[in-house]
Design a binder for this molecule. Structure first.
Ligand code: PHE
Length: 451
């Protein structure tokens, strides 16, 4: 059987039985929103890049989202049974190729580049990279299957012999770089030790505690300065509209985290308008990864963040779908280099429609799962059907009821779909038509029985 290949950014890729990337997703490739000077994602990108300037950091972007499973998972140390690898969570182009799920897919290439450039650009020991990333996920105002991440890393040279014994040299060099960073007076909560033998271990085979303490201090201070810059700009924009506006003092906290390619690892949270918000993940890069990327005699840190999350609070943008809007009422509100408050244009009416169904009874104990596993239907497959038909006309999809029949043990689900355009009022006819198509496809594709 021959399946047609797909073309992405001018490259052709074979497809196979792993392929699960629909045309509606591929049609988002190539917008390069982060390159449009007056787009809020580009403005956010530039603001963050300004905190990681040359000659130490090169600022890059990656246009083609197609990467190998090796780049996206294997070289980063993702175990074979990691849920991120499943077809319910990730868009596969074919069995060995995916739409990248994170910018970390490019870490190895940038570490190799640092090594290649060592003689011509010896000061460039760090980078930032921005790119579109793809994940199958729920539908609501803060989740969209295509979003943007920005990632950064910074390396230091280590003595080429017996690194652990000589690590004091590296630690001292890193401490000098920490001392060269500006100070700030924002309150930072950091209750946990930098490393913890079980929860957040030092890579004891490769690193000394003192060099990791130093690199962690550099990482945390660099990222604190970055969020302070962002939130200062956001407060200025809010105050510009309302001179009486009193910004709440910014609070930052560090919590322990886990990523397969860093250890120890942390997440930064920021207290913003009454809630702790997770802003980024980071950590000390796994030395095996650096050893496999032509820089065995260097160590360092990496971080990654979602640009939409930050842009939504910087510009007061209420719905993630707006970033893809071509409506002048949206686009005309943003200007390169300026942080402004978005003035929502009129909100069009919501149209709620429910769909209730029995899961296929063939497999005993069938269920919908949000976490994969043995379920007969994965919630992301339901989301994908709704997106495929409703596209950006769907604001969110929520499970509102679920029960198991006491006698037959069959399971019933009811989802509520909110159809609402950002740009116009939908007609009854139009939403009825979309909803009928969703119902038919749930039956045709997932084998559910409508109730
Ligand atoms: N890639 C991680 C994510 O998408 C973020 C990350 C980047 C964490 C770099 C640590 C270092 O969640």
């Amino acid at each position: 059987t021959s399946r047609p290949p797909v073309t992405v950014e001018g490259e052709s890729y074979r497809t196979d039985e792993w392929t699960n990337t629909p045309e509606t997703i591929l049609s988002h490739v190539g917008r390069h929103l982060y390159l449009e000077d007056n787009h809020p994602l580009a403005i956010t990108r530039k603001l963050i890049e300004s905190q990681f300037p040359g000659p130490v950091y090169g600022n890059y972007s990656e246009r083609n989202p197609v990467v190998s499973t090796a780049q996206n998972f294997d070289v980063l140390g993702f175990p074979l049974d990691h849920p991120g690898r499943s077809r319910t969570d990730t868009y596969y182009v074919n069995d060995k190729t995916v739409l990248r799920t994170h910018t970390s897919a490019h870490q190895q290439a940038y570490f190799q580049q640092i090594n290649r450039n060592a003689s011509v650009k010896p000061e460039e020991v760090g980078y930032t990279v921005v790119a579109d990333v793809y994940r199958r996920d729920a539908i609501d105002r803060s989740h969209y299957p295509v979003f943007h991440q920005m990632e950064g890393a910074r390396l230091w040279k280590r003595p080429e012999t017996e690194p652990l014994k000589n690590s004091a040299v590296t630690a001292a060099a890193i401490v000098r770089d920490v001392d060269a960073l500006p100070t700030h007076d924002v309150v930072v909560e950091d209750p946990n030790p930098t490393m913890h033998s079980e929860r957040n271990p030092l890579q004891a085979q490769y690193h000394s505690a003192e060099e990791v303490e130093a690199a962690a201090a550099h990482l945390k201070k660099s990222l604190e300065l970055m969020v302070i810059k962002i939130f200062t700009e956001a407060s200025k924009a809010a105050a510009g509209l309302d001179p009486a506006f009193q910004p709440e003092p910014l609070k930052v906290r560090w919590v322990e985290a886990y990523f397969p390619f860093t250890s120890p690892s942390w997440e930064m949270e920021v207290f913003w308008q009454g809630d702790w918000l997770e802003i980024l993940g980071c950590g000390i890069i796994k030395q095996e990864l650096l050893n496999n990327s032509d820089v065995p005699h260097r160590m360092g840190w990496a971080f990654g963040l979602g640009l939409e999350r930050i842009a939504m609070l910087l510009f007061n943008i209420p719905d993630i779908r707006l970033f893809w809007s071509r409506d002048e009422r949206f686009l005309s509100q943003f200007q390169a280099g300026k942080i402004t408050r978005f003035e929502p244009f009129s909100k069009y009416p919501a149209c709620y429609k429910d769909v209730a169904f029995w899961l296929p009874s063939a497999s005993a104990g069938s269920s919908v799962s949000a976490a994969g596993g043995a379920a007969s239907v994965h919630e992301n497959d339901i989301m994908e059907i709704v997106r495929g038909i409703g596209g950006d006309l769907v604001e969110d999809v929520r499970l509102i009821d679920e029960f198991t029949h006491p006698k037959t043990r069959r399971q019933s689900m009811c989802y509520r779909i909110n159809y609402r355009s950002l740009e116009r009022t939908l007609t009854n006819e139009e939403t009825n038509d979309l909803h009928e198509k969703v119902r038919a496809k749930l039956v045709g594709q997932l084998g559910v029985e409508l109730r």
